[in-house]
Write a protein that binds this ligand. Structure first.
Ligand code: GLA
Length: 429
């Protein structure tokens, strides 16, 4: 009966592509293997770091034990190189038997028992990017069902070894297939990263309907140059990218590399701040077993995460690029609050930057309170016209959370809060 009912409902709602899974109303947070652990399959010489069930169990343990899960870092995501080199006799994807001897279902159970979610990786093409079996068009339903039966919670669907036509058919088809399993499985599409053009020739309306997040651009590497190139690309294309993000559908500038080898402390703070301003997914790709206290402090900054996870889900923008090579980014937040990032592209010395909120498009009608996201320092009673000076280190940021505390014309009535949908932001973006 139940089955017939849903078949009937499906018949009533034909041709809808929408990804009605209700997932990821705020940017997803968790851990993803690729940037740090790549396709290391050599478990004989490197058992601690190879792509194996042990690695994912170790990371699940760390997420559950070291304070990550409570902050929202709940996804433990497998990337490429988890399967055997061939499908089995019935055409099913199977994990490499030596590296995942207990199977993916057991791994999902392990992860779920710790209050976490499991993500997996596949590719709409003949092979994955690292040469493992792909999910060609004829395999999509089968693989979606396999993932659902294993208890997987998220799929990253890559695009190597596929044509434009395969992608155009395959990405929507996988979205439908995941929905049809009846299991809520978040869907990360790498489709735009395989489409070129400036501005990107991507149908973002379609993407937002079928995917929860999408990789827009090339792979992050463990270097500051790589972070800069991503930030630059997102800024140059922000008119296209900014409006398409929102609850349930996010641009993904790729993983956080904080805790690895390529970024200084200032640069790590910058990546975290800029990803947060962009309302980006926060997938760490680092070894949580040995992460330093300073990297952990950046990744576990509560005010930062509150800003990243703001329920309005509005992506921020670069609003100013000064001759001094200070760039200013602004993200509107709920309760008329906002976040500002002052980012230094300088390479000489800490820079004393003087500006005012009025110069940053804030209206003169309010008095503001600001809180430095990294130092906690608060400034109260800041009027939009007031000049202030901050010191931004080379390749570093100063990040503020700020909100109006008083309307200059109606000093006493302003604090009677307006309902959220009536609130206006005190600036133009
Ligand atoms: C592509 C993706 C990366 C990673 C690798 C795996 O390059 O963009 O994020 O998944 O494939 O091979």
């Amino acid at each position: 009966m139940k089955l017939m009912g849903s078949v009937f409902l499906l018949a009533l709602a034909p041709l809808t592509l929408a990804l009605e899974n209700g997932l990821m109303r705020t940017p997803p947070m968790g851990w993803l293997a690729w940037e740090r652990f790549r396709c290391n399959t050599d478990c004989k010489s490197d058992p601690h770091n190879c792509i194996s069930e042990k690695l994912f169990m170790d990371m699940a343990d760390r997420l559950a034990t070291d304070g990550w899960r409570e902050l929202g870092y709940v996804y433990v995501n497998i990337d490429d190189c988890w399967t055997a080199k061939e499908r089995d006799a019935t055409g099913h994807l199977v994990p490499d038997p030596e590296r995942f001897p207990s199977g993916i279902k057991a791994l999902a159970d392990y992860v779920h028992a710790r209050g976490l979610k499991l993500g997996i990786y596949a590719d709409i093409g003949s092979y994955t990017c690292a040469g493992y079996p792909g999910t060609t068009l004829d395999r999509i339903e089968q693989d979606a069902l396999t993932f659902a039966q294993w208890g997987v919670d998220m799929l990253k669907f890559d695009g190597c070894y596929s044509s434009g036509a395969m992608q155009a058919e395959g990405y929507p088809k996988m979205s439908k297939a995941l929905n049809a399993t009846g299991r809520p499985i978040a869907y990360s599409c790498s489709w735009p990263a395989y489409q070129g053009g400036l501005p990107p020739q991507v149908n973002y309306t379609l993407l937002a309907n079928i995917c929860n997040l999408w990789r827009n651009y090339g792979d992050i590497q463990d270097s500051w140059d790589s972070v800069l190139s991503i930030v630059e690309w997102f800024s140059v294309n922000q008119d296209v990218l900014q409006p398409v993000a929102g609850p349930g559908h996010w641009n993904d500038p790729d993983m956080l590399i904080i805790g690895n080898f390529g970024l200084s402390c200032e640069q790590s703070r910058s990546q975290m701040a800029l990803w947060t301003i962009m309302a980006a997914p926060l997938f760490m790709s680092t070894d949580l077993r040995v992460i330093s206290d300073s990297a952990k402090e950046i990744l576990q900054n509560k005010l930062m995460i509150k800003i990243n996870q703001d329920p309005l889900g509005i992506q921020g923008r670069k609003i100013l690029q000064e001759k001094s090579r200070i760039e200013v980014f602004l993200r509107p937040l709920s309760h008329s609050a906002s976040a500002l990032v002052f980012f230094s592209r300088r390479t000489d010395m800490p820079y004393r930057y003087t500006t005012s909120l009025a110069r940053l498009n804030f209206t003169q009608d309010f008095v503001y309170e600001t809180q430095d996201v990294y130092t906690g320092q608060i400034i109260s009673g800041l009027k939009a016209a007031d000049n202030f000076t901050i010191v931004v280190n080379p390749s570093g940021v100063v990040m503020w959370y700020l909100y109006p505390t008083m309307h200059l014309d109606q000093p006493f009535s302003f604090m009677k809060q307006q309902p959220e949908d009536k609130k206006v932001h005190p600036f133009t973006l």
